[in-house]
Design a binder for this molecule. Structure first.
Ligand code: PGA
Length: 250
């Protein structure tokens, strides 16, 4: 049984463990997709959403959850990695979700990490989102330094899709996915904070004791560029789905 809480604008669903976080997250995505089969989803990578994607795949296979009319936009991509690199976020999305559901790949968007002109490519990404009349439902994780997407501490609230440098903390956190730390790209293309905040509804998933302190700061400290996730306090429809270990920090 989940517990519900609200702090400021932020609704909080407290789950027992990460399995329940995956189920509750998937429930929101499935319900909104059933209600609006042409929904525009904002999607995220990282370890946290994997269980939720597995649950959505199960719902597709066992319950016929239909993604055929869905459009998606991912938050970010490493600079220098093409979509066939096993650590690229395009590869991650194909492998963890898109290859297992009936989404039209032509309607799935991930920023390019290998664009010849990055700023043109970023502007086009923003234009593509606008052409779909914006993102209906955005999924987020949170970095241990408070980043959302690759908007690292110091990112302005009005930021848009752009190329950014990664902090040492993020490089260290993400080194577990690479052979060694030196292989982690130092740059990424990311949706900006303003891009994310324009989504009509936002769901942030966080699990594990290492996220407890940063989630508490994101919800309770005044909104600050030091903790980019704290800008979510200004969003009218944002829900955090967290496990008990994260909730212990609140
Ligand atoms: P994680 O990453 O899910 O792998 O912890 C979250 C993030 O950096 O946004």
């Amino acid at each position: 049984m989940v517990k519900l809480k609200k702090i400021g604008n932020i609704k909080i669903i407290i789950c027992q463990d990460k399995q329940e976080v995956a189920q509750e997250g998937a429930k929101i995505f499935a319900e909104d997709t059933k209600e609006n089969p042409s929904i525009v989803l904002g999607l995220a990578t990282g370890e946290t959403p994997v269980g939720m994607y597995q649950e959505l795949i199960r719902m597709h296979k066992e319950e016929g959850l239909d993604f055929s009319r869905v459009t998606s936009f991912n938050l970010d991509e490493y600079v220098g990695l093409s979509g066939d690199h096993s650590q690229s976020y395009r590869y991650f999305m194909d492998d963890n979700l898109f290859n297992h559901i009936n989404i039209d790949k032509a309607k799935t968007h991930v920023p390019s990490g290998i664009a010849e002109d990055v700023s043109v490519s970023c502007q086009k990404y923003e234009g593509d989102i606008k052409a779909q009349r914006g993102i209906d439902l955005q999924l987020l994780g949170i970095g241990s330094n408070g980043h959302i997407a690759f908007n690292e501490p110091g990112s302005p609230s009005e930021s848009r899709t752009r190329e950014v440098g990664l902090t040492e903390k993020t490089i260290k956190d993400n080194a577990r996915f690479f052979e060694n730390e030196s292989e982690v790209p130092r740059k990424a293309v990311t949706m900006g904070i303003a891009t994310i905040l324009e989504a009509k509804k936002i769901v942030l998933l966080a699990t594990g004791s290492n996220k407890a302190e940063v989630v508490a700061r994101a919800i309770k400290s005044p909104a600050t560029t030091d903790i980019p996730a704290s800008f979510l306090q200004n969003h009218p429809d944002c829900v955090f789905v967290i496990d008990q270990e994260v909730a212990n920090g609140l």
